[in-house]
Design a protein around this ligand. Structure first.
Ligand SMILES: [Cu+2]
Length: 120
Protein backbone atom coordinates (compact mmCIF):
# COMPACT_ATOMS: atom_id res chain seq x y z
CA UNK A 1 0.00 0.00 0.00
CA UNK A 2 2.72 2.45 1.01
CA UNK A 3 4.76 1.61 -2.07
CA UNK A 4 1.85 2.32 -4.39
CA UNK A 5 1.39 5.74 -2.90
CA UNK A 6 5.09 6.49 -3.32
CA UNK A 7 4.98 5.41 -6.95
CA UNK A 8 2.03 7.67 -7.59
CA UNK A 9 3.87 10.64 -6.15
CA UNK A 10 6.96 9.80 -8.18
CA UNK A 11 5.17 9.63 -11.51
CA UNK A 12 3.37 12.89 -10.74
CA UNK A 13 6.74 14.55 -10.20
CA UNK A 14 8.08 13.17 -13.46
CA UNK A 15 5.03 14.45 -15.30
CA UNK A 16 5.45 17.95 -13.92
CA UNK A 17 9.15 17.99 -14.79
CA UNK A 18 8.59 16.83 -18.37
CA UNK A 19 5.84 19.38 -18.96
CA UNK A 20 8.20 22.11 -17.77
CA UNK A 21 10.95 20.81 -20.06
CA UNK A 22 8.57 20.75 -23.01
CA UNK A 23 7.49 24.33 -22.34
CA UNK A 24 11.16 25.36 -22.28
CA UNK A 25 11.81 23.64 -25.57
CA UNK A 26 8.85 25.25 -27.25
CA UNK A 27 9.90 28.66 -26.05
CA UNK A 28 13.39 28.09 -27.38
CA UNK A 29 12.02 26.97 -30.71
CA UNK A 30 9.74 29.93 -31.28
CA UNK A 31 12.58 32.25 -30.27
CA UNK A 32 14.77 30.60 -32.89
CA UNK A 33 12.23 31.10 -35.65
CA UNK A 34 11.79 34.72 -34.68
CA UNK A 35 15.50 35.48 -34.84
CA UNK A 36 16.05 33.58 -38.08
CA UNK A 37 13.37 35.72 -39.63
CA UNK A 38 15.20 38.83 -38.46
CA UNK A 39 18.48 37.77 -40.05
CA UNK A 40 16.91 36.70 -43.34
CA UNK A 41 17.39 38.06 -46.86
CA UNK A 42 16.81 41.62 -45.68
CA UNK A 43 19.42 41.16 -42.95
CA UNK A 44 22.70 42.98 -42.59
CA UNK A 45 26.14 41.83 -43.70
CA UNK A 46 28.13 39.60 -41.34
CA UNK A 47 25.20 37.36 -40.47
CA UNK A 48 23.09 40.20 -39.20
CA UNK A 49 25.58 41.31 -36.58
CA UNK A 50 26.29 44.99 -36.01
CA UNK A 51 29.57 46.62 -35.05
CA UNK A 52 29.97 48.08 -31.62
CA UNK A 53 32.47 49.24 -29.03
CA UNK A 54 31.90 48.46 -25.36
CA UNK A 55 31.88 51.68 -23.31
CA UNK A 56 30.78 50.52 -19.88
CA UNK A 57 29.91 47.25 -18.18
CA UNK A 58 27.53 47.31 -15.20
CA UNK A 59 27.45 43.83 -13.69
CA UNK A 60 25.24 44.92 -10.79
CA UNK A 61 22.40 45.91 -13.12
CA UNK A 62 23.22 43.41 -15.88
CA UNK A 63 23.67 46.12 -18.49
CA UNK A 64 26.28 47.15 -20.99
CA UNK A 65 26.78 50.50 -22.72
CA UNK A 66 27.70 50.09 -26.38
CA UNK A 67 28.65 52.67 -29.01
CA UNK A 68 27.01 50.92 -31.91
CA UNK A 69 26.73 51.23 -35.67
CA UNK A 70 23.37 51.13 -37.42
CA UNK A 71 21.02 48.38 -36.14
CA UNK A 72 18.93 47.68 -39.19
CA UNK A 73 16.60 45.17 -37.55
CA UNK A 74 15.67 47.82 -34.97
CA UNK A 75 15.73 50.66 -37.50
CA UNK A 76 18.23 52.52 -35.34
CA UNK A 77 21.10 54.75 -36.44
CA UNK A 78 24.55 54.79 -34.84
CA UNK A 79 24.55 55.92 -31.22
CA UNK A 80 25.78 55.07 -27.75
CA UNK A 81 23.22 53.41 -25.55
CA UNK A 82 22.58 50.90 -22.80
CA UNK A 83 21.52 47.32 -23.48
CA UNK A 84 20.59 44.39 -21.33
CA UNK A 85 22.36 41.11 -22.13
CA UNK A 86 20.75 37.74 -22.76
CA UNK A 87 23.48 35.94 -20.81
CA UNK A 88 24.87 37.70 -17.74
CA UNK A 89 28.13 35.73 -18.16
CA UNK A 90 28.89 37.90 -21.20
CA UNK A 91 29.44 40.83 -18.86
CA UNK A 92 32.49 39.04 -17.49
CA UNK A 93 33.89 38.77 -21.01
CA UNK A 94 33.26 42.38 -22.05
CA UNK A 95 35.57 45.23 -21.11
CA UNK A 96 35.35 48.93 -21.92
CA UNK A 97 37.14 49.53 -25.23
CA UNK A 98 36.42 46.05 -26.61
CA UNK A 99 35.27 45.89 -30.20
CA UNK A 100 32.39 43.49 -30.66
CA UNK A 101 29.92 42.31 -33.24
CA UNK A 102 26.48 41.83 -31.83
CA UNK A 103 22.81 41.53 -32.47
CA UNK A 104 20.22 43.32 -30.38
CA UNK A 105 16.50 42.76 -30.22
CA UNK A 106 13.58 43.62 -28.01
CA UNK A 107 13.08 41.00 -25.31
CA UNK A 108 9.91 41.72 -23.35
CA UNK A 109 10.16 45.26 -24.66
CA UNK A 110 13.73 45.80 -23.47
CA UNK A 111 16.61 46.20 -25.89
CA UNK A 112 18.84 43.23 -25.24
CA UNK A 113 22.06 41.91 -26.74
CA UNK A 114 20.96 38.47 -27.91
CA UNK A 115 24.12 37.45 -29.74
CA UNK A 116 27.65 38.72 -29.58
CA UNK A 117 31.20 37.89 -30.54
CA UNK A 118 34.47 39.68 -29.83
CA UNK A 119 36.30 41.23 -32.78
CA UNK A 120 39.96 40.27 -32.84
CU1 LIG B 1 20.86 52.60 -30.24
Amino acid sequence: MKLNKLLAVCSMTIMVVSVAALADQQMGMSEGIHHDAMGGPTGMPMHGLSEGTVRKVAKDTGKVTIAHGPLENLDMPSMTMVFRVKDAAWLDQMKPGDKIRFMADRVYGLLTVIKYEPVK
